[in-house]
Ligand binder design. Structure first.
Ligand code: SF4
Length: 328
């Protein structure tokens, strides 16, 4: 079995020294004992720092974390190592648990691009033209936006969710690239995209991908649907992060270019040591702002607690549960 030092040395985003690893191990021990004291469960998003993923009970993408949070029964506290909207989602689906976000700076630029009041106005205006309009919101939205939505989706299930609706006209919020991907997969619907994008995925250009492919034509290129359409066009497969993990583990190919936030190739490098994961990725500052010290302090001082008012939580939960029903 690999040691923590060996695993972290396969990570390319950060360079870890032996001293760092000794420090991490001490913090891991402290966190595990606080976790027991608080009767907490730690969940972490794929894009988080590797030293945090190593102490988490569960690592996954937005959908996996939302499902995991909704099924927490034995723990009193959910320590949510993700960004703000994800911790809100955990609170929406499991309101009787205490949900903690270790660092309040962990927001999301994409979620911030769709304020609830703007969505309400746009929806009301479009409804005059399309009376059957349904609002489908990506999980990367605030609780208030979820409350205004008919159903939620993730990048793993967006086409399936849209296909399941009886409505022809769909306002798809907030990611225009994902909306474009869905429009191609479900041509029978009229997809009206919100004009938002994730700055991390938007920075990746086709020129960069072409350059890497030319240097290594055997590479399997996996692209996240939040990337631009001209980047998605170059992919062997367009997949959500959970889809990429499955694909990379199951395929016989040995070398992959993982085109999404850097954290995923780091996770894969730790978990699948016999394959190579090249970087076509960019760093999300929101996902990397939280440190292991923040996780320790969050459990120590029970901060920062996430609350969602009932008048928002109840309709938001309805939209989320509709997705769970469709996604199985
Ligand atoms: S990667 Fe993009 S969508 Fe994900 S948290 Fe960062 S800004 Fe938001």
């Amino acid at each position: 079995m690999s040691t923590l030092l060996e695993e972290l040395q396969r990570v390319k985003t950060f360079e870890y020294t032996e001293e760092d690893v000794v420090q991490f191990e001490a913090l891991h021990e402290e966190i595990r004992s606080l976790k027991k004291e608080r009767n907490a469960v730690i969940v972490a998003h794929n894009y988080y720092r590797p030293e945090i993923l190593k102490v988490a009970d569960f690592v996954g993408d937005s959908l996996e974390l939302a499902l995991m949070a909704s099924n927490v029964r034995d723990a009193d506290v959910i320590e949510f190592c993700g960004v703000h909207f994800m911790a809100e989602t955990a609170k929406i689906v499991n309101p009787s648990r205490t949900v903690l976000l270790p660092n309040l700076l962990a927001g999301c630029q994409l979620a911030g691009s769709a304020p609830a009041e703007d969505l309400r106005a746009r929806r009301d205006e479009l409804k005059k033209q399309y009376p059957d309009l349904a609002v489908v919101s990506y999980v990367n939205t605030t609780a208030a936006v979820k409350a205004l939505s008919d159903v939620i989706c993730t990048s793993a299930n967006a086409p399936k969710v849209v296909r399941s609706l009886p409505n022809k006209n769909i306002l798809f919020v907030p990611d225009r690239n994902l909306a474009n991907f869905v429009a191609k997969q479900v041509p029978e619907k009229n997809i009206i995209p919100w004009d938002g994008f994730c700055y991390v995925h938007q920075q990746i250009t086709p020129q960069e991908i072409e350059r890497i492919r030319q240097a290594d034509p055997e590479l399997e290129i996996l692209v996240h649907p939040e990337c631009r359409p001209d980047v998605a066009k170059l992919a062997n497969a367009v997949l959500s992060t959970s889809g990429m993990v499955k694909y990379a583990k199951e395929k016989s190919a040995k070398r992959f270019l993982v085109v999404t936030e850097c954290g995923l190739s780091d996770r894969l490098a730790m978990e699948v040591p016999d394959k190579q994961f090249l970087k076509g990725c960019k760093l999300c500052t929101f996902m990397k702002v939280t440190t292991l010290d923040d996780v320790r302090d969050s459990l120590k001082y029970m901060r920062y607690e996430i609350e969602v008012p009932e008048e928002i939580r109840v309709p938001a939960e309805r939209a989320l549960r509709r997705m769970f029903d469709v996604a199985g």
